[in-house]
Design a protein around this ligand. Structure first.
Ligand code: 5RP
Length: 223
């Protein structure tokens, strides 16, 4: 099976985890496959809360209502992909630059269901550079502090240019290579303390409750 077929398989399997009338929806290629599946049962839900402008546009294109989080008190389930995930449900996210809104929507969701192809499962996170969203004026100051933690931060650029990539929130992204993340909750707390950081793409304090992993033998469920 191709990586896309594995992503499609977990996106289909995630439909069984849809509960409540408002669904939190993540960002990325796996989340996009999920949106396409969600469209088939859209009459069963009241609406969604999107974790990025791209996700909001894809939901809207399917005729699925997209609600403002300020009008929603509680979300039963949040469904999203990951760049790396451990057996314990800690994740690196933000490859698609939506980490801050993903973290916010996840924080008001009762259950986080991660959907990923099996290549994302790791023992120790950090091979995938850790995305950190920063306020543009603080990017060099934050980069120095991330280097002091042992990482090699690199400013994410807009594809094909030498200009800084700008997120939906007006932030920039530092991708931090070279970290062996043996204490995900500790590192998340440490990076959250750096002034100028908007959010770190480590989801450990609030990790996934369930992970659906696409493998050649079928969808494996980690809880
Ligand atoms: C976006 C994310 C994505 O969930 C993550 O990058 C995985 O993406 P994909 O499903 O395309 O592999 O965190 O900010």
């Amino acid at each position: 099976m191709t990586q896309d077929e594995l992503k499609q398989a977990v996106a289909r399997a995630a439909i069984a985890h849809v509960e409540g009338d408002i669904i939190g929806v993540g960002t990325g290629s796996t989340a996009n496959f999920f949106i396409d599946e969600l469209a088939k049962i859209k009459h069963q839900i009241k609406g969604t809360v999107a974790s990025s402008e791209a996700t909001a546009a894809r939901l809207a294109a399917h005729g699925i209502a997209v609600l403002d989080l300020n009008d929603v008190a509680e979300i039963a389930v949040y469904i999203d992909g990951a760049d790396e995930i451990t057996e314990q449900g800690a994740m690196i996210k933000g490859g698609g630059a939506a980490l801050t809104r993903e973290k916010i929507v996840a924080s008001v969701s009762k259950k986080f269901v991660c959907i990923a192809d099996g290549s994302k499962l790791v023992d120790v996170m950090g091979k995938f550079p850790l995305p950190v969203e920063v306020l543009p004026m603080a990017r060099n100051a934050v980069a120095r502090q991330l280097a002091a933690l042992g990482g090699q931060p690199k400013l994410r650029l807009k594809a094909g240019t030498d200009e800084a990539f700008v997120t939906d929130n007006g932030g920039n992204i530092l991708d931090v290579a070279g970290l062996a993340i043996t204490d995900p909750k500790g590192l998340e707390a440490q990076i959250n303390q750096i002034v100028g950081v908007i959010a770190v793409g480590l989801f450990a304090a609030r990790g996934a409750d369930v992970c659906l992993l696409g493998t050649a033998d079928g969808v494996r469920t980690l809880t």
